[in-house]
Design a protein around this ligand. Structure first.
Ligand SMILES: [Zn+2]
Length: 130
């Protein structure tokens, strides 16, 4: 049986890519890993993971991923990263994420900002690029 590819588009099997992060078995080492795992959490509607990886200063009071119609995520492409490595305290990841809503295709082009505090990466905020 072929291993299930990770939704984040890394070309790695889900079991050795985002799954251990979503299962809190290990933490993201880089901002890029956190970005990928948060995309996978959107695909899998894992609001708890999105909450715990969202910086407390900017975390929404509630996150409803189950309202209908819900987006059908169809792919993540990383375009550019700055810093965000194991020894850094901040980093950015520019990406395009695609989804369909009510059968219509949409894309999000964003530069996400991440910070690392107490050894853990958090999503801080994102700037949309038009
Ligand atoms: Zn992944």
């Amino acid at each position: 049986m072929q291993p299930e590819p990770c939704p984040c588009g890394s070309a790695l099997p889900f079991d050795s890519c985002c799954k251990p992060l979503l299962a809190a078995q290990r933490h993201a080492v880089t901002a890029e890993q956190l970005m990928r795992s948060r995309y996978t959490a959107y695909v899998m509607r894992n609001a708890a993971y999105l909450n715990t990886t969202w910086h407390p200063d900017t975390r929404p009071a509630s996150l409803d991923l189950d309202s209908e119609p819900s987006p059908r995520w169809s792919g993540l492409k990383l375009l550019h990263t700055t810093a965000g490595l194991a020894g850094d305290s901040e980093g950015t990841v520019e990406f395009v994420a695609r989804y369909k809503l009510n059968g219509r295709a949409h894309r999000i082009h964003e530069v996400s900002r991440f910070v690392r505090e107490h050894g853990r990466w958090f999503y801080l905020a994102g700037d949309l690029i038009q």
